[in-house]
Design a protein around this ligand. Structure first.
Ligand SMILES: [Zn+2]
Length: 150
């Protein structure tokens, strides 16, 4: 995307801070590689869900699984700032995805320090969770979240 594309977004800016407090999009490689469609979807989620989204990363050249959509700027990891339960956050985002009929990848990460999510605009449906170091089905991850009252 380009710096000017932020004018078309309501909830994200060129001066967006990531969870470490860095200006994520001031990195020109991240700005250039991050797909605008991804940011549009995050902007829509933010509008619907009403709690702020803190980005962990969008485009990253390394550090994710093989063939990760982060490597092509089509994925974001993030968490919401809210007192709502994590399970409620997941239900909310799944509703938004269903209502809008998006074909996206969604991963849930209850064991992150900031419990969070992965969204990617792969154009197909994919769902998963990660418990500890293990990738599991989203159902198993949700069960884990409900059991632990997350
Ligand atoms: Zn991710």
């Amino acid at each position: 995307m380009k710096k000017a594309d932020f004018k078309k977004l309501h909830f994200f800016s060129y001066d967006e801070l990531d969870y470490k407090g860095n200006f994520i999009f001031h990195n020109q490689e991240i700005l250039r590689m991050t797909k605008f469609e991804l940011m549009i979807k995050l902007d829509m989620i933010r509008r619907e869900i009403e709690y702020p989204i803190i980005l962990h990363c969008t485009y990253e050249p390394t550090g994710h699984t093989k063939h990760s959509f982060h490597y092509v700027g089509m994925a974001a990891d993030f968490h919401f700032i809210t007192d709502e339960k994590f399970t409620t956050q997941i239900e909310d985002i799944l509703n938004i995805i269903r209502i809008n009929r998006w074909f996206v990848g969604l991963g849930i990460y209850p064991d992150w320090k900031h419990r969070g999510l992965h969204l990617d605009v792969r154009g197909r449906t994919a769902r998963w969770g990660r418990i500890g170091d293990e990738y599991v089905s989203i159902d198993k991850a949700l069960e884990y979240c409900y059991k632990n009252k997350l």
